[in-house]
Design a protein around this ligand. Structure first.
Ligand SMILES: C[S@@+](CC[C@H](N)C(=O)[O-])C[C@H]1O[C@@H](n2cnc3c(N)ncnc32)[C@H](O)[C@@H]1O
Ligand SMILES: [Zn+2]
Length: 336
């Protein structure tokens, strides 16, 4: 992995970062004003791992490959990404892309395959899984960093992608504003957000309330054990003839397990189980979980000065894309 030319000290954005050997061999990056950032397992770290996203770090390192198309042999991630980006991956060929909240890399690998130059980042240790999955690409860089203080100057990227993330940050509106700061004039922002239709029953709501107060390791152990106990029960109620059984209806309504037997039947038993356990953990341990309407997201994008705003219901709730004005006058208005 090579350092991208626009990598800077997050505290002194005018300062480039230097190191002595290849990234795999160095232990830190240095700013000439004295800041030092460790490089751990080949990945530069600009934040500590003990933060509100620690549970995601454990999750993506446990389920390193589960949602990657290259692992499932499906196009589930590619299809979702293609829809979000506007229908064609050609938009990304040769473009510099900032992927915020990259997780294990289900979308990173899609963008790299589409010819994008990807600068991926995540607040959590998920970067280790992402690095393992994507490091073979020449056009790839990943670091552990907070989107609120990234090690890059503003207006550096043709495309900014942030999928499955914004609802899990302290303030969705602040996050969207920060993301737009990284767009070049004419650049494209691609985001999504949970909507108020997000399914959450009594047990899910209350279990989550308890789990997010626990250390991430403990809540992970609890959520995975619970999911593994419930999974055979769900599986036993699922088949075409019995799909309308009373027990299945009851489970779908009240169980905390995320049951994919209908939605992703084509994944097969092993993968279906992995996806269910992963998403049960995800839905019970996310520290922040916000909901927004399509109108609220559209308003926020307008306030950020973006144009060509397209917002629709779909995927995880709300999917949206918009452009930074290309003209200098409009850009100035958007920035100030
Ligand atoms: C639900 S995961 C989605 C990961 C990936 N985009 C995907 O769809 O598979 C949300 C990710 O956002 C990251 N995240 C949350 N807050 C962040 C922040 N302030 N800066 C960077 N990443 C953040 C978490 O660490 C987590 O890996
Ligand atoms: Zn510095």
């Amino acid at each position: 992995m090579r350092l991208p030319s626009h990598l800077r000290c997050p505290h002194h954005l005018e300062q480039s970062l230097t190191h002595e050997a290849g990234l795999e061999d160095v232990s830190e990056l240095n700013c000439s004003l004295g800041c030092r950032f460790p490089v751990i397992r080949g990945v530069p770290r600009f934040v500590e791992s003990a933060n509100y996203a620690a549970g995601f770090g454990l999750q993506w390192n446990h389920f390193r490959k589960t949602q990657l198309d290259s692992y499932t042999g499906t196009t589930i991630s590619k299809d979702r990404f293609t829809r979000c980006v506007g229908g064609s991956l050609d938009t990304l060929n040769g473009k510099s892309v900032l992927e915020v909240g990259c997780g294990a890399g289900r979308f990173t690998e899609v963008m790299l395959a589409a010819g994008a130059k990807v600068f991926a980042c995540d607040l959590s240790d998920a970067v280790d899984a992402n690095y393992e999955n994507c490091q073979h690409s020449q056009n790839y860089f990943v670091c552990q960093a907070d989107l609120r203080q990234l090690p890059v100057p503003q207006h550096s990227f043709d495309v900014v992608v942030c999928l499955g993330v914004i609802q899990h940050t302290p303030s969705p509106e602040d996050t969207i504003a920060r993301l737009t700061d990284y767009l070049t004039p004419g650049g494209l922002l691609v985001i999504d957000h949970y909507s108020h239709n997000y399914p959450q029953n009594f047990f899910q709501r209350n279990l989550r309330r308890a789990l997010i107060r626990m250390p991430a390791g403990l809540s992970k152990a609890f959520a995975l054990t619970l999911a593994r106990i419930l999974l055979p029960l769900h599986r036993s109620t699922w088949n075409v003839e019995r799909s309308s059984s009373r027990l299945r209806k009851l489970l779908l309504k009240h169980s905390p397990l995320i049951d994919y037997y209908e939605a992703y039947a084509h994944l097969g038993n092993k993968l279906l189980s992995e996806w269910s356990v992963l998403d049960t953990h995800d839905s019970l341990t996310d520290y922040y979980k916000h909901f927004r309407t399509t109108e609220e997201i559209a308003n926020c994008l307008r306030k950020c000065g973006l144009e060509k705003i397209e917002v629709s219901s779909g995927g995880n709730g709300v999917e949206a894309r918009a452009k930074m004005p290309a003209s200098a006058a409009k850009l100035a208005a958007a920035i100030h």
